[in-house]
Design a protein around this ligand. Sequence first.
Ligand code: BV8
Ligand code: ZN
Length: 241
Amino acid sequence: MIPSEARITIISGSGISKASGIPTFRGKDGLWKNYDFMELATPKAFRTNPQLVWEWYYWRLGLISQTNPNKAHLALKSLEDAEYDIVILTQNVDNLHERAGSSRVYHLHGEIYKRRCIQCNDVSYWDASADFENPIVPKCTKCDSMLRPSVVWFNETLDPNIVEKSYSRLQETDLLLIVGTSGLVYPVANFPFIAKQENRQIEIIEFNIESTPLSSMANKTVLGPVEDTLPKFVFEIIKDS
Ligand code: BV8
Ligand code: ZN
């Protein structure tokens, strides 16, 4: 039984978007299988070959634009509709949580629809009319310099404000759901451990198709596709509330 005043926080990874048709990074049909991630999404790779990095992002943008939120994203929205206090800390750069209607989503690794000027830092969004079939390096409308995807690459620091907001949320969280992440990418992989250390009453439940380095520290791991297990879990919470 989860009291209606419970503060619920979700840490989501690419496993929640898999059922929508977006491949995960690791695993048998991982996105990285066809690409060398370190080849394509690091500051050095972008400096060396911005056209190639953009081609990868155009391909992902085109893919994500064809997808829709799945039952797992929608289950989190129904928790919000049931007046639970929900915050989603996502490692995903897609916008499926927002398109499912979730209103408090922190993008720890940035957003693929957002671009940033490498010179003047002006931020802009791809709009719905963008043609992702024709990968050209976009230019800043303010200073004509190159734009980059506004995502966090390896060896880039996360936005300190978002990290700060996430830490304080975890301090006051009653129930933490870790959904569809391999728990291998830092610093987010550390978040559950920090939360458990600093917030003794937190309950941690993991949703994954296999165990991860987070499984031993979670109170429970619900094994199975999250698009099936999370709606069932949410249904039970709302039914008992
Ligand atoms: C930083 C954005 C400070 C871009 C991404 C050595 C040890 C420890 C750390 C490091 C180290 N060497 C370097 C580091 C730091 C490094 C790191 O953690 N490396 C790891 C790999 C060892 N981290 C960083 O660099 C971070 N910055 O530390 O800054 C700093 C500064 C300067 C110098 C040094 C350090 C930045 C990390 C962010 C990188 N950006 N993405 C983009 O997307 O284009 S990472 C990428 O991985 C995505 O964001 C993704 O979300 C993230 C994590 O992956 P997951 O989401 O977990 O996806 P994955 O495929 O791995 O797993 C999917 C899971 O779902 C699996 O468990 C699977 O079983 C499950 N699943 C699948 N289907 C389902 C399912 N579950 C349920 N249902 C299903 N249907
Ligand atoms: Zn500019």
